[in-house]
Ligand binder design. Structure first.
Ligand code: PEP
Length: 259
């Protein structure tokens, strides 16, 4: 049984002190039930880089893991504006989002660069969260699977089977991100099922069955239960609704089927 993963992507929001306050509030919601929740779910927050040190302090002693929103694939050097694996690991970062659609579409990250980032995250013994997802135009033209599966192949191209078990995929249709227009559970499940079968072809069954596939795109406390009821939806990557402690805590407390 895969434990669900609920991951908060704060994007370019929250200063270190705002992040600290949000995490104190989130802990007040979740810490009392941490042991029960941990049986079938994990929680992760990915602050902006500069808020990571404050978040690491605010999360000390909690079950909530610390993530980052991106990472460069080189270990060090002349890469202005980038951060390395060692810099993130220094603060206890355990998961790194790579290939978010905002990185791809606003900052020109290529499929190939996403694959190199994912491999560097895994090589540094952190968990890559590899994001894939089609734009509205690609969706409307019926190209969803072609786009998503191409991004998936490139994103995992340099990941070895022994590293893949802990890798996480996030299916985030671009038309659903920040728009309030969520994919239906059926739409999401059909893409997640296709992703799972590609993972199966590439890594074989025990590995493919262990990989978590998150859904992201306007997840809220209202729609999370029905999404989580689908067999291949293993958690959520949450943007807007993760910026309020009570909303995110309610998402984390989604009703899960007994598995
Ligand atoms: C995201 O950007 O990863 C995301 C899912 O955002 P939102 O929840 O706001 O749609």
């Amino acid at each position: 049984m895969r434990r669900k993963l609920f991951a908060a992507n704060w994007k370019m929001n929250l200063t270190p002190s705002e992040g600290r306050s949000l995490l104190a509030a989130l802990r007040a919601h979740l810490d009392p039930d941490a042991a029960t929740l941990a049986r079938d779910r994990e929680v992760l927050v990915a602050p902006a880089f500069l808020a990571i040190p404050a978040a690491a302090q605010a999360l000390a002693g909690s079950a909530i893991a610390l993530g980052a929103q991106n990472m460069h694939f080189e270990a060090k050097g002349a890469f202005t504006g980038e951060v390395s694996a060692a810099m993130l690991r220094y603060f206890g970062v355990s998961h790194v989002i790579v290939g978010h659609s905002e990185r791809r579409h606003l900052f020109g990250e290529s499929d190939e660069s996403v694959g190199r980032r994912a491999a560097a995250v895994a090589a540094a013994r952190m968990t890559p969260i590899v994001c894939v997802g089609e734009t509205a135009a690609q969706h409307d033209a019926g190209h969803t699977l072609e786009v998503v599966l191409r991004q998936l192949q490139h994103g995992l191209a340099l990941i070895a089977p022994e590293q893949a078990t802990t890798a996480v995929i996030a299916y985030e249709p671009v038309w659903a991100i920040g728009t309030g227009r969520t994919a239906t559970p059926e739409q999401a499940q059909s893409v997640h099922g296709a992703i799972r079968s590609v993972l199966d072809d590439r890594f074989g069954n025990p590995v493919a069955a262990a990989i978590r596939i998150l859904y992201g795109g306007s997840v809220t406390e209202e729609n999370v239960d029905s999404l989580m009821a689908k067999p291949d939806i293993d958690g959520a990557l949450v943007g807007g609704a993760s910026l309020k402690a009570d909303s995110f805590a309610r998402i984390v407390r989604a009703k899960l089927q007994q598995g």
